[in-house]
Design a protein around this ligand. Structure first.
Ligand code: SF4
Length: 396
């Protein structure tokens, strides 16, 4: 496992709950932001006190929720806690998710000065009908303005999140969204198929027949068209849902998310945040006030647990190997390296998963590229089936 850590910082505040969202986030709770930021800083510092040594950090990610609802002073205080607690590399990637429409040029200039060097904007669609149905609070003008301001503020690494497979969205409308996104020249694009999550307004609308359910065939057509169009436009696909441009010899992949896909260690701070360190997966309490309360108590925990940890599960070696396959195969170019796997687990890929790999290779779903095992293009479309084979695969 890598010696480098990643930090995920969860900011669970939103202006409005979008109809499809099942993230741990709340609207109308902004009064708790100051106490929450203090608790977040306390949780970060707590880990500094119990960690076995000063950990080296190479990526930090402000996710949510809507991190762009925080003031620049909040961001500064949180980053200060990270710098005081960890050995944050000078070239660390520091990403922040922002909602177009909730940021100003001045805010962007300040957070850029504070060290944030990657901005991820939730564009979702260029079409007002899609945005209305999703209950997003911005329009395409807000997105293009946010990108213009971000460039002026010095951001040279911008991601746009898009959603396809939205009810009533035609292929032509999706193409228009992608073309308009390309016109903004982002370094990175994440494309997600809309999924209908339980207990969201969307779920109830579909259940009551008010909105048609997602059309999987149309969504697959949208994905395939986007894949072709993005490759023509010079973007490299590196993960099932993610594409990046090249700068010199660098592909501008999201280094923070690579940490998850490579099944490397990360610490999650904030309400509902998840972490993985010391072969232990952790999940924090979800409620904002419960989280703040937990951090005000002097509960004794040992690394990587904190007073906010609600669940901790030690991952046995077989599960860790299975998870490494599941997540690593999402990386369409990198796949799972035979050599890295063996260095990490002291067992060969063939020894542990030989029959599963052979059968998926013969079905044309997996392919060896030298020493790397990757999904084929057919395997990408049937990703879940491939992943399930590894989960149910008995260790040899
Ligand atoms: S802004 Fe993002 S996190 Fe907040 S409710 Fe909408 S989709 Fe969810």
């Amino acid at each position: 496992m890598s010696n480098y850590y990643s930090l995920y910082l969860h900011i669970p505040f939103c202006r409005h709950r979008c109809a499809y969202c099942d993230f741990n986030t709340y609207s109308g709770q902004d009064e708790f932001i100051p106490a929450y930021v203090k608790a977040l800083c306390d949780e970060i510092r707590y880990v500094g006190q119990i960690a076995p040594y000063r950990l080296t950090v190479h990526t930090i990610y402000f996710g949510g929720g809507t991190p762009s609802l925080l003031s620049t002073t909040d961001i500064e205080n949180i980053l200060k806690s990270c710098y005081e607690t960890f050995n944050v590399l000078s070239e660390a990637e520091i990403s922040l998710e922002a909602n177009p429409g909730s940021i100003t040029l001045e805010w962007l200039q300040t957070v850029r000065r504070l060290g944030v060097n990657r901005l991820s904007l939730g564009m979702q669609s260029a079409h007002p009908d899609d945005l209305r149905l999703l209950e997003r609070q911005h329009d395409f003008f807000d997105v293009s303005q946010a990108v213009r301001w971000a460039r002026r503020a010095g951001f040279d690494n911008i991601n746009l999140d898009l959603i396809y497979g939205i009810p009533h969205q035609s292929l032509a409308r999706w193409r228009d969204t992608l073309e308009r996104a390309l016109g903004l020249h982002p370094e990175h694009l994440s494309l997600y198929a809309l999924t209908i999550e339980h207990a969201t307004p969307f779920y109830h609308w579909v259940a009551r027949g008010l909105v048609p359910p997602p059309n999987d065939d149309l969504a697959a057509e949208m994905y395939e068209w986007a894949d072709e169009r993005l490759s023509q436009a010079g973007y490299l696909q590196y993960e099932i849902s993610n594409w990046a441009r090249q700068r010199g010899t660098d592909v501008l992949m999201c280094r923070h998310n690579l940490q998850y896909w490579r099944n490397e260690p990360y610490l999650g701070f904030g309400a509902g945040a998840h972490g993985f360190a010391n072969h232990t997966r952790t999940a924090n309490v979800r409620g904002i006030t419960t989280y703040i309360d937990r951090l005000s108590q002097r509960i004794e925990r040992s690394f990587p647990l904190t007073p906010a940890t609600e669940q901790a599960q030690v991952i046995d070696p077989l599960t860790e190997m299975q998870e490494t396959m599941l997540m690593g195969l999402r990386l369409t170019r990198e796949g799972v390296s035979r050599q890295r796997f063996e260095q990490r687990f002291h067992r060969s890929l063939e020894e542990v998963f030989g029959p599963t790999i052979n059968s998926l290779v013969s079905l044309g779903l997996l392919k060896w590229h030298g020493e790397r095992l990757c999904l084929t293009s057919r395997g990408r479309l049937l990703g879940n089936r491939v992943f399930m084979e590894f989960v149910s695969s008995p260790a040899s």
